[in-house]
Design a protein around this ligand. Structure first.
Ligand code: AMP
Length: 630
């Protein structure tokens, strides 16, 4: 079928289109209404239907193919490899579900998961949705303050965690950070379930902390059936950064998400039951939710969960897994490819990669040299796709499962079916229909199945943040700039807000600024994203000190810079650490006190800062120019 027709039907004959896609999953009770959009911008998909994510991801495949590989866990950190068949995965998930029930978790309760990349993290996610509890996975690289704010927002009954993760052979202890976060948080979870990997000390708080292995023994033979929930029942929340310092809890439904993922596996990711999928992301990010855990399993595929670096023991490790497990679809990020390109360009050639149909890349702009290199080295299609934590699955991509299409370097492809993507003028809200006009990438409501339902416990923020930023119209803003060429291919040109993208990780500059400001000597700080060859962008901080003499000599400045970085590491995690903290006496602001972020960023990138007629103190940018060039 021609993709243009498929796409058009998804918009103009929406209900019939999604009814067909909905047949890809099992329903306990059929839905009565495909989409209820009577209260925009809140869309309710598959109203009246009942289903369960865990049933669709695990049980239905365990019933027909119990011995097929489901979860392949590989850790090059601890040199372990474990394979769980669908039957074994179901048994582990039922045990974990029994433990959660034992600890008092009920339908609609939240369970926070703060885990390294180990199988128990996937068991915990699947166990939650099995019993209708919402999981809230917090990326293991986040530190105590980030974790505490998420604990307070999600108010979990139980937290599931582990003694430690490991990165590059170095143990990264979790328990201390978790205890500190619980201490900082106003909300206290009733119980904490701890997986002991034997990597780091794991002091237990009596009455609160439970040992996973002991509790698992107790529930070894327990059976916990799936709880059928309404299609609109929330399955999880996942926090993401925005313009304000406070992360938003993206809330996802059950039925719409299952349908969107099942459909995307077939039409975008080219996955077939019995094949193997390998996504190199982390379960702490949306790609990990959609395309390590749920998507591949819903499709009846084996999924590889990988703990480790792409370069250890050598730069061929991922390709060795592709060969060993006959991976058919692989999903990674441009930063990882740039790392591999630098390390050992020949590594790919040493392995038989004939099973691989395509490599999917997402999360950040894919630059042309990286795309050309990997495309040539791999000899397989490279499919860029663009989406967000909020949407849960691609907004822009090539849907080669419908109709094979050529990619264009620098473009993540065309609008994916279900998404009524528009480019709008940021000032007038007018639609830009001509080729190559730059506008804000927006989506006309309703958002398709699988996208966020709302901001967790904050409907007003959902409406205000996402649907009210374009003048004169209620439309979803992605906060990205884009253009569309004459063939309908989009090109993404960067964020319209203060969000930066470091190695595919989305960070709010305000959050980093708040953390740096908590240092007792910092009076004021500005953080901007600056272009970087390896990571796409890095965070650069400029701080005004309460007492400038503290950074009088280069040695003093370096010491203070180290101290500030430690504060960020301790509060937010190393992932948010700025690449540099530079000291200035004044920040570039307008006379009304607004920080001139774009000008600051331009100077850091060696570009023309543009119109500076409103700047209060022109020496501010001069100082920064000298620092950056010196
Ligand atoms: P996240 O919610 O962490 O997935 O980040 C979403 C943001 O990452 C988007 O709003 C874009 O700014 C950026 N992004 C994701 N995928 C792509 C892509 N394929 N090309 C360009 N930017 C992307």
């Amino acid at each position: 079928m021609a993709y243009a027709d498929f796409y058009r039907r998804s918009i103009t004959d929406r209900d019939a289109f999604w009814t067909e896609q909905a047949a890809l999953i099992d329903w306990h009770k059929p839905f009565e209404q495909v989409c209820d959009y009577s209260n925009p911008p809140f869309a309710r998909w598959f109203v009246g239907g009942q289903t369960n994510l865990c049933h669709n991801a695990v049980d239905r495949h365990a019933a027909t193919h119990p011995d097929r590989n489901a979860l392949i866990w590989v850790s090059t950190e601890t040199s372990e490899e474990k394979i769980y068949s669908f039957g074994q995965l179901q048994a582990e998930v039922e045990r974990m579900a029994a433990m959660l029930l034992d600890m008092g978790v009920k339908l609609g309760d939240r369970v926070l998961i703060y885990m390294p990349m180990i199988p128990e993290a996937a068991f915990a996610m699947l166990a939650c949705v099995r019993i209708g509890a919402l999981h809230s996975v917090v990326f293991g690289g986040f530190a105590s303050h980030s974790l505490a704010s998420r604990i307070d927002d999600a108010e979990p009954v139980v937290i599931v965690s582990a003694d430690a993760g490991s990165r590059g052979g170095k143990v990264v202890p979790y328990k201390g950070l978790l205890d500190e976060a619980i201490q900082l948080a106003a909300h206290k979870p009733a119980q904490v379930l701890m997986v002991n990997r034997g990597l780091a000390p794991m002091p237990m708080t009596p009455g609160r902390d439970q040992d996973y292995a002991a509790l698992r023994d107790k529930h070894l033979n327990d059976r916990v059936p799936c709880t059928w929930v309404d299609a609109t029942h929330p399955s999880y929340t996942l926090y993401t950064s925005g313009t304000t310092g406070k992360p938003k809890g993206v809330q996802r439904d059950t039925g719409g998400y299952a349908v969107a993922l099942a459909s995307s596996m077939k039409n975008i990711f080219l996955g077939q039951p019995g094949e193997t999928y390998f996504s190199t992301s982390d379960i702490g990010w949306v790609v990990g939710h959609s395309y390590i855990v749920y998507g591949p399993l819903i499709a009846g595929m084996a999924t590889i969960m990988y703990e480790g670096l792409p370069t250890r023991p050598d730069a061929a490790v991922w390709w060795s897994l592709v060969e060993k497990y006959k991976v058919t679809s692989m999903f990674s990020a441009p930063t990882a490819v740039r790392v591999l390109k630098k390390q050992d360009p020949a590594a790919l050639k040493r392995h038989d990669l004939s099973s691989l149909r395509a490599l999917f890349l997402a999360g950040e702009p894919l630059d042309e040299p990286t795309a050309s290199w990997i495309s040539e080295a791999l000899g397989r299609p490279i499919i860029d796709n663009y989406w967000q934590t909020e949407t849960g699955w691609p907004i822009l991509s090539l849907c080669n499962g419908i109709e094979p299409a050529n990619s264009k370097f620098g473009s993540p492809g065309k609008a994916v079916y279900g998404y009524d993507v528009k480019l709008l003028d940021e000032n007038t809200g007018e639609e830009l229909t001509g080729a190559n006009q730059k506008g804000v990438v927006a989506i006309e409501g309703p958002l398709p199945p699988g996208c966020m339902q709302t901001v967790w416990r904050d409907d007003a923020r959902f409406v205000k943040t996402y649907w009210s930023s374009i003048p004169g119209r209620q439309v979803y803003s992605t906060f990205d700039w884009g253009i569309r060429d004459e063939d309908g291919y989009f090109f993404i040109l960067g964020r319209t807000d203060d969000v930066i993208n470091v190695a595919g990780h989305r960070l709010g500059t305000r959050e980093i600024e708040e953390s740096i400001s908590s240092h007792p000597n910092v009076a004021e700080v500005a953080v901007v994203g600056v272009a970087d060859n390896l990571k796409g962008q890095v965070a650069m901080a400029f701080a005004v000190l309460k007492d400038p003499s503290l950074a009088a000599t280069p040695a003093d400045a370096l010491k203070l810079e180290g101290e500030i970085m430690k504060v960020v590491d301790g509060q937010l995690g190393a992932v948010a650490r700025p690449s540099r903290v530079r000291f200035v006496t004044v920040l570039p602001k307008t006379r009304s006190g607004k920080l001139l972020r774009r000008a600051l960023q331009a100077v850091c990138e060696g570009r023309d800062p543009g119109d500076l007629t409103t700047i209060e103190d022109p020496t501010a940018l001069q100082q920064i120019k000298e620092l950056v060039n010196g």
